[in-house]
Ligand binder design. Structure first.
Ligand code: 5RP
Length: 231
């Protein structure tokens, strides 16, 4: 039995992807940008996954040698299944990164983190000289926060304290993210909890304010990051 050729290769991700045609279109654009020898930061979510699939096709057909820096275990496993070697931020600075988003406003500010991977995603985006955000048109909004809450990853024991401080910023609602079909909370890959906070208004300094609360690891609000949108 060859390692990685059994359960891993039989995993079928992406069967129920919404807006698939639109996501495939932007995924194609990303795949066409890959060059031999590059180190590429790979975001999480279904759009990023579709782009990775297409990149894997090019890697195989054109015998490209690239390395990926994954932003989640799910994407790391996908890389293993697709035969794309991975590296890390300890060893390499990415040449560029691609990722998806949940909401993007007209100034290219974003809400990300439905998959709960926003800490590593923000780290990759911050470490990359270039980042491309691939988004089907449903992600473009006139006002940030109109469809999604801001996800906030917090150290578990800081839950009560962070919630108390967050209330000072007038959120409409704050919820602990629960695991689907279970009674317990979602635990991130870093062993933390996620608070989903809905705001009527998201001022530009809200990201900074949330991040300054002791116990907050990261939040899914991205204000004025160096990103190019492919939509
Ligand atoms: C995960 C993310 C994703 O990029 C975001 O949720 C978009 O996902 P999808 O491409 O499945 O719509 O931020 O943490």
């Amino acid at each position: 039995m060859e390692w990685g050729k059994t359960i891993l290769s039989s995993l079928e991700w992406g069967k129920n992807i919404s807006n698939r045609e639109e996501k495939e279109r932007v995924a194609d654009i990303i795949s066409s940008m890959v060059k031999e020898g590059e180190i590429i930061g790979v975001g999480s979510g279904s759009t990023a996954y579709l782009a990775l699939l297409k990149i894997a096709g090019r890697v195989e057909n054109e015998q490209l040698h690239i390395r990926a820096i994954p932003t989640s275990q799910e994407i790391r496993m996908a890389c293993a299944r697709l035969g794309i070697p991975v590296t890390s931020l300890w060893e390499h600075k990415p040449d560029w990164t691609f990722d998806g988003a949940d909401e993007i406003d007209t100034e290219h500010n974003m809400i990300k983190g439905r998959g709960g991977a926003m800490f590593k995603e923000k780290l990759l985006i911050s470490s990359s000289p270039r980042t491309y955000i691939i988004a089907d048109p449903s992600k473009i909004v006139t006002k940030l926060g109109s469809r999604f809450p801001i996800p906030i990853e917090i150290f578990p024991e800081a839950l009560t304290y962070v919630e108390e401080v967050l209330r000072a910023y007038n959120p409409k609602e704050i919820k602990l993210r629960m695991a689907e079909g279970k009674d317990g909370p979602v635990i991130t890959e870093n062993g933390n909890l996620i608070l989903d906070a809905w705001f009527d208004n998201i001022p530009n300094n809200l990201e900074e304010s949330i991040k300054s609360i002791t116990g907050v690891i990261e939040c899914g609000l991205f204000i004025h990051y160096n990103v190019q949108i492919i939509s």
